[in-house]
Design a protein around this ligand. Structure first.
Ligand code: AMP
Length: 491
């Protein structure tokens, strides 16, 4: 077995590794470090959790230990798709360089240009940046990339998803032709293959097995779920999520809950919090200080549930996540691999649970094709797949569940009473409910629902589905329905 001491790393770097408690290099490190130290380009096919950050930082800082930075001309460049990932690389850099005198600057959005300019002006050995922010600095004439000797592209496939490839190509063209390139991607989409063929020169290709797909330490399951009615599906799906969380009991110490859309990240997070779950959202539209605060809390164990979009959670290193819940089936099969790779890290056991609605069955099939196995179907923890009549009664009582079922019960009854033709409040309610409900869908769906949903609900109102015998004596709880119902949209 390879040892760190066999890898020709700088003794001060070895000391820092030892202090970090690492005993042996991970496969990506054992493969990438020697090639990088020889000055070769490296194409690393590996995902987060495999130790890939150290696989480029360690050789980079060993190579940079000799030499000195010049003003405004960084000697190396690490490009990351998200601010969080860039910040994480910066932390790794601090850990491994603690006995070396190397300087770094972090160029990410949400941090003032002035501070970053000052660092660059002084000269930095390592510049860690997101592509857009780097180009902003470049265009303001504050930065020269002609001194870059080593360039790292991290999470290239995510860069592709985020539309950063043109930026990456531009940045490549601003750096010297003679630079060394270390390029990492979890998957090799054709576009990524093209970039590597264009910008890498005879790279050492190091591929590590996809930990998440092959790792027996991650138990997977999927709940095939269908709402009792289309317009109720989003809220019933949130019921199902809570039931799935509750079913895990104490084994679920903390979890990342993934949603496909930012709007759903907010809705699911709010809904969980309302039901007493310790949850907070993270996605790209939140301001940086809020994202950092949430993430710090999750890492420190003071926040139990992180509700996230793929982009925000990509590459986050949170070593002890017991569970991943996929509130939505990801539309790209690779994202499933990334998502569930958040749990079961460093040999721990993990569990990944997903909810699949009929519309997502095709995406589920794609995932199963990619991971080459069938994801076991889970029994509905609420005891049924037809939740309308039973969801409220069958729902397990987890912590903080006290208000949930009751409220939902009340909120549904008034919904039915909307069908009473001559009730005055009904039109208002009909306006309010679908609008709110729509927040939980994508834009197309929102448009569809805003049009169709309303007509559907008015259709129901006229459909003769109404409770009979109320006459003019509307019971008090019906009068409450507007408020209750509005609230229940995020329940
Ligand atoms: P990464 O894939 O770079 O996000 O790393 C995942 C986690 O593994 C991080 O918490 C690292 O600190 C940790 N790690 C990296 N290399 C090693 C190693 N050789 N031994 C033990 N842990 C490691």
């Amino acid at each position: 077995m390879t040892k760190f001491s066999d890898l020709n790393l700088n003794p001060k770097v070895l000391k820092a590794i030892d202090e970090a408690g690492y005993e042996t290099p991970t496969p990506i490190q054992a493969g990438a470090i020697p090639a990088a130290l020889e000055g070769r380009d490296v194409l690393g096919i590996a995902q987060t959790g495999t130790g890939k950050t150290a696989s480029f930082v360690l050789p980079m800082i060993t190579l940079l230990a000799r030499g000195r930075a010049r003003a405004r001309m960084p000697r190396s460049l690490v490009l990351c798709p998200t601010r969080e990932l860039a910040a994480q690389v910066a932390e790794n850099f601090d850990t491994y360089t603690k006995h070396l005198k190397l300087t770094k600057a972090l160029l990410i959005g949400g941090v003032s240009f002035k501070e970053q300019d000052m660092l660059i002006d002084r000269g930095v050995d390592v510049l860690i940046a997101t592509p857009g922010r780097l180009l902003d600095h470049f265009e303001r004439g504050k930065l020269l990339l002609t001194g870059v000797q080593i360039m790292v592209v991290d999470e290239a496939d995510r860069m592709l998803d985020m539309g950063f490839i043109p930026d990456i190509e531009r940045i490549f063209s601003l750096t010297p032709f003679t630079r060394q390139t270390l390029f990492f991607s979890a998957t090799m989409a054709p576009e990524i293959e093209r970039i590597t063929n264009t910008f890498l020169s005879a790279p050492a290709r190091v591929e590590v097995a996809r930990q998440a797909t092959t790792g027996e330490n991650i138990k997977q399951g999927v709940l095939m779920f269908k709402g009792s009615r289309k317009d109720r599906e989003p809220s019933e799906k949130r019921d199902a999520l809570r039931a799935l969380i509750d079913a895990e009991g104490d084994k679920c110490t903390n979890a990342i809950i993934f949603c496909n859309r930012k709007t759903d990240v907010d809705i699911v997070s709010k809904s969980l919090a309302k039901h007493g779950y310790d949850a907070a959202p993270i996605h790209g539209d939140l301001d940086q200080s809020q994202r950092t605060h949430t993430l710090d809390g999750f890492r420190a164990g003071t926040l139990r549930f992180l509700v996230a979009s793929d982009v925000a959670a990509r590459g986050l290193d949170v070593p002890a996540v017991s569970h991943v819940f996929n509130f939505d089936v990801p539309s790209h099969a690779e994202d499933y691999v990334h998502r569930i790779g958040r749990t079961g890290r460093a040999g721990r056991d993990g569990k990944a649970v997903m909810i699949c609605i009929p519309r997502d069955e095709k995406n589920l099939a794609d995932i199963e094709r990619l991971v080459q196995k069938e994801i076991p179907r889970l029994a509905d923890p609420r005891g049924t797949n037809a939740p309308a009549p039973q969801a409220d009664t069958a729902e397990p009582k987890g912590e903080g569940e006290s208000t949930g079922p009751k409220k939902r019960t009340r909120s549904r009854k008034p919904a039915k009473t909307d069908t009473t033709p001559d009730q005055k409040p009904a039109p208002d309610k009909a306006e309010t409910a679908p609008q709110k409900q729509d927040q939980s869908g994508d834009q197309d769906k929102q448009n569809r629902n805003t049009r169709g949903g309303r007509s559907r609900s008015s259709g129901n109102r006229d459909s003769g589905n109404s409770p009979v015998g109320l006459g003019d004596h509307m019971p008090g709880f019906i009068a409450m329905s507007f408020e209750e119902r509005t609230e229940s949209e995020t329940s």
